[in-house]
Design a binder for this molecule. Structure first.
Ligand SMILES: CNC(=O)Nc1cc(-c2cccc(-n3cnc4cc(C(C)(C)C)ccc4c3=O)c2C)cn(C)c1=O
Length: 285
């Protein structure tokens, strides 16, 4: 669809940068939680548009670099990406204003609804396909997520699933998160080339997507259970992969396994994954 029919807020009154939002037009409501950058609250923009507002805690983000990147990010528009509406960057802390998703993170949704979701292969597969569509769009835009996982996807009404916080990992200042030896580095979602050389690509996003599929089909279990990061690194280097979840058909597990090929070039693209998963989905009907 053309950009003009997207709900991206028009240019703020004062500045002429369409990614700049006037804070006077934001009404901050309840706290939704806190993430890598601090507190996030629900907000109303111009009295009617539901938003989530990240209030960037000082020292958590390289702000100037991010504000520059925000111009690019507001242009990334897809029905399976959480839309960045804009930023309030004329004051501190800066605000990052995005679309609001009423059911919160996919990981919590899977855990809370395990009873109704478990065994509903069609619905679990549909959630995976929605994430794949959002990621295939980012792949086409040569945009790497760098921290794809169920915790970084969000659920809206009618089981809509969208990918959130794509590309933001580049602006985190906490080196416990950014360095692969850090306690917060997402080791369990990282392929060998990221563990060894922090070499991110759309194919490292594909590896993470395979782990996300495993999270979905286990209704939110922790990959590799309670194994320590060092033990997971050892297994991944040796080619040991996650076992097939009981609720997962062999043909769906085959797709996951392809995402975990040791060599990035042997992994399918998100475009190919989308084709393969829709064939499997039709086979289920
Ligand atoms: C009930 N509905 C809701 O709660 N909806 C929503 C909750 C959040 C929310 C709330 C608190 C914290 C975070 N959060 C979590 N992880 C993050 C991870 C990163 C990286 C860089 C580590 C990837 C960056 C920011 C965050 C972040 O802001 C989010 C996304 C965001 N949105 C858009 C909602 O619709």
């Amino acid at each position: 669809a053309s950009p003009c029919d997207r709900p991206v807020p028009a240019t703020a009154g004062l500045s002429h940068d369409k990614w700049e939002i006037d804070p006077a037009e934001l009404m901050l409501l309840e706290e939704l939680g806190s993430g890598q950058f601090g507190v996030v609250r629900r907000g109303k923009w111009r009295g009617s548009i539901d938003t989530a507002v990240k209030m960037m805690k000082e020292g958590t983000m390289s702000e100037d670099d991010f504000i520059e990147e925000a111009k690019v990010m507001t242009k990334l528009q897809h029905q399976n990406l959480v839309q960045l509406y804009g930023v309030c960057s004329k004051h501190r802390p800066i605000y990052i204003v995005t679309e609001y998703m009423k059911h919160g993170s996919l990981l919590n949704y899977l855990r809370r609804h395990e009873a109704t979701l478990d065994g509903n292969i069609g619905l679990l597969l549909d959630m995976c396909i929605q994430v794949c569509k959002g990621m295939a769009y980012l792949e086409r835009q040569n945009y790497i997520h760098r921290d794809l996982a169920a915790r970084n996807c969000l659920v809206g009404s009618e089981n809509v699933v969208k990918v959130a916080d794509f590309g933001l990992a580049r602006y985190v200042l906490d080196d416990q998160y950014t360095s692969s030896g850090g306690t917060k580095f997402p080791i369990k979602w990282a392929p060998p080339e990221v563990l060894n050389y922090t070499r991110f690509s759309s194919k490292s996003d594909v590896w993470a997507y395979g782990v996300l599929m495993w999270e979905v089909f286990t209704c939110g279990k922790m990959p590799y259970g309670r194994l320590k990061n060092t033990e997971v690194v050892d297994r991944v280097q040796r080619g040991v992969i996650l076992e097939r979840p009981k609720a997962c058909h062999k043909e769906i597990y085959e797709v996951m396994r392809k995402c975990w090929c040791h060599c990035p070039e042997d992994r399918p693209s998100f475009r190919a994954l989308k084709e393969q998963l829709s064939v499997v989905s039709q086979g289920l009907l």
